[in-house]
Design a protein. Structure first.
Length: 127
């Protein structure tokens, strides 16, 4: 199978030369999602919880476009600008993964695009 770009209007448009996601074989690689509301194109409220929630909603929209959901996610990477807010991010993240938890990394970064507080990327499986 040739690599396939996956894009949806239900998640923010890419702000650079990349796709929202790429399917290659049985894997879907989802680009880092920042907390932009796709309906308005604006970054949501300056709050770790609200921004985490929007990132997860954006991931779900891309998963759904590919015919998947969070139970197909095998790995996530979270980038946050303040590790002191880890518990707040984790609280929201956990509401999207209840009985099944993918592998994960979470790192603090000095800055993210559009000065957001959170960015989340994922890898999902079609198996």
């Amino acid at each position: 199978m040739k690599n396939q770009m996956i894009n949806t209007d239900n998640a923010p448009k890419a702000i650079g030369p990349y796709s929202q996601a790429i399917r290659t074989g049985d894997l879907l690689y989802i680009s880092g999602q920042i907390p932009v509301n796709p309906a308005t194109g604006e970054v949501v409220e300056d709050c770790f919880k609200k921004q985490t929630e929007q990132c997860m909603k954006n991931l779900l929209a891309i998963l759904n476009e590919a015919g998947l959901d969070f139970t197909n996610v095998v790995k996530t990477n979270l980038f946050i600008t303040d590790m002191a807010k880890f518990a707040e991010v984790n609280e929201v993240y956990a509401t999207f993964f209840t009985d099944y938890f993918p592998a994960r990394a979470c790192v603090q970064v000095s800055a993210l695009p559009k000065n957001v507080l959170v960015e989340i990327e994922a890898v999902a499986s079609f198996n």
